[in-house]
Design a protein around this ligand. Structure first.
Ligand SMILES: [Zn+2]
Length: 335
């Protein structure tokens, strides 16, 4: 069913993997774990690493060998001591848990630990959750549950409290960015979208989204225009921002993009080799940074944040942008 290759997961989730290695090394594998992480953080890979490491007959430096009998059986999904379930439709149903428990309670053909995995464990329906809870409450030494979720708070607290929590970190920007570039996205676009989302698939969609591309381009044009004169800035809003201000969500995105531009300038002012949201603008940022004080920049950031708040007061969005340009201009005389 799944690809059990776990290469690279140690780099994506170093903390969780170290935790897991320590658990297995000390032979302290417990009865129940929750692996909690947002979409795209590698929950399944972390679980696979954990399961393989527990079963592996020949781990090297706390990493599964991937070639022994157990590792091979997991890869070909016929390891007799391993079971996984996922929601049947919207929920994980009582029947699925009953079947799982029956499976786990059978006398093992293989010796050793049995492991079951519940994907999307936040989708257990009430009856299924009750059955699982009862099972967790009577722990059997050689059975381990691993529950995966991206909404740990939606897990039933009584279940959650019986499990050790392994929280996954958001994917580091550098890794996400590299994945995007490998997927054919330019370095500059990849740098920007990985500031907007932490999820690979979402980032890819955003990078290819026409309106997002337009927003990025227009915001950068606006920053340059406002560096010239207020008239240029206002003209840019009139000419380019119509489609970007129609919906509140889009206007908010445009303001976020603008905020990242000013944050880039601050970052470049602090260090010329800073990692930027807009690496394609770095030469221009350097010029602006030279002519702008930290005090001005901090005021400008504050004004953009203020405009973001005003978005929720349903004021006219074009006026709001024009007012913002006037505010940004104050005390900002870039030559
Ligand atoms: Zn192995």
């Amino acid at each position: 069913m799944e690809d059990w290759s776990i290469e690279g997961i140690e780099k994506v989730q170093p903390v969780a993997i170290k935790q897991i290695q320590s658990i297995v090394l000390k032979k302290r594998v417990g009865h129940a774990y929750v692996i909690d992480g947002a979409k795209g953080t590698g929950k399944t890979k972390v679980m696979q690493f954990f399961v393989q490491l527990i079963f592996c007959e020949n781990p090297t430096k706390n990493v599964p060998c991937e070639t022994c009998r157990s590792c091979k059986r997991l890869k070909s999904t016929n390891h007799l001591n391993f079971t996984e379930i996922e929601p049947d439709g919207q929920f994980i149903k009582r029947g699925q848990i009953d079947e799982l428990i029956q499976e786990m309670s059978k006398t093992a053909i293989e010796t050793g630990r049995k492991i079951y995995v519940i994907h999307h464990a936040d989708q257990l329906n009430a009856s299924a959750a009750n059955a699982l809870l009862k099972f967790l409450e009577e722990p059997q030494s050689e059975i381990t549950a691993i529950l995966l979720t991206d909404k740990v708070h939606a897990l039933i607290p009584t279940i959650r409290s019986r499990c050790l929590l392994l929280s996954l970190a958001a994917m580091p920007h550098s890794i996400l960015k590299q994945k995007l570039i490998e997927g054919g996205i330019t370095d500059s676009m990849a740098s920007t979208v990985c500031k907007m989302t932490n999820q690979v698939e979402e980032a890819k969609l955003l990078a290819k989204d026409e309106l997002f591309g337009l927003a990025r381009k227009s915001v950068l044009k606006l920053v340059e225009a406002s560096g010239k004169s207020i008239q240029d800035a206002l003209m840019c809003i009139q000419a380019d921002f119509g489609p970007l201000l129609k919906e509140k969500e889009q206007a908010e995105q445009a303001l976020d993009l603008l905020l990242f531009a000013y944050r880039d300038i601050v970052a470049i002012k602090a260090s010329p080799i800073a990692v930027c949201t807009y690496p394609d603008m770095i030469h221009y940022w350097k010029q602006v940074a030279l002519h702008t004080t930290y005090e001005q920049l901090s005021k400008q950031l504050e004004m953009i944040l203020h405009a973001k708040q005003n978005l929720h007061k349903n004021m006219n969005r074009t006026l709001m942008m024009e007012q913002l340009m006037l505010n940004l201009q104050e005390g900002f005389t870039f030559v």
